[in-house]
Design a protein around this ligand. Structure first.
Ligand SMILES: [Zn+2]
Length: 153
């Protein structure tokens, strides 16, 4: 990255922090030749996150799908946090997985949602397990129940 003042190449990062709920990284850089500091932002190209489904089918990631699943699981359940906050926290974890190669599996997304719901509401968690297709078999459902029991210990 070139210095915006003297256009020389070569900067060092003096500070990095997550902003926008972890969706972007703000970096303070210092030009190695003139010492001027400037700020850069690094953001996800959300449109480029691809969800790999079972059978290797792929589709573009949309927040709406995650939101719909979470909203359904939490329907008529008492909530301390609003849906936006919950979905944002889930999405942050999804992006953290996808940041490597822009791909995340639908199974991984389901697991991330389950991890969050388990912390929020047991009923919502079980509802999500029961509708979540990648956990379609009775065996994997029992495995999830086992995981939930372990959390309580
Ligand atoms: Zn400079």
């Amino acid at each position: 990255m070139r210095c915006p003042y003297n256009h020389k190449k070569g900067t060092k990062v003096v500070d990095s922090r997550l902003v926008q709920n972890g969706r972007a990284i703000r970096r303070r850089r210092e030009c190695l030749s003139c010492g001027t500091r400037f700020t850069t932002y690094e953001e996800y190209e959300v449109a480029h996150i691809i969800v790999r489904k079972r059978g290797d089918e792929r589709e573009e990631y949309t927040q709406e799908k995650v939101r719909a699943g979470v909203a359904k699981a939490l329907e008529k359940r008492p909530q301390e946090r609003n849906l936006d906050e919950i979905v944002q926290a889930i999405e942050q974890d999804i992006f953290a997985v996808a940041i490597r190669d822009g791909i995340v599996s639908s199974k991984r997304i389901g697991q991330i949602v389950l991890d969050h719901l388990a912390k929020i509401d047991e009923v919502a968690y079980l509802r999500f397990v029961s509708v979540y297709r990648s956990f379609g078999s009775a065996q994997s459902f029992r495995k999830e129940l086992g995981r939930l029991e372990k959390r309580k210990e």
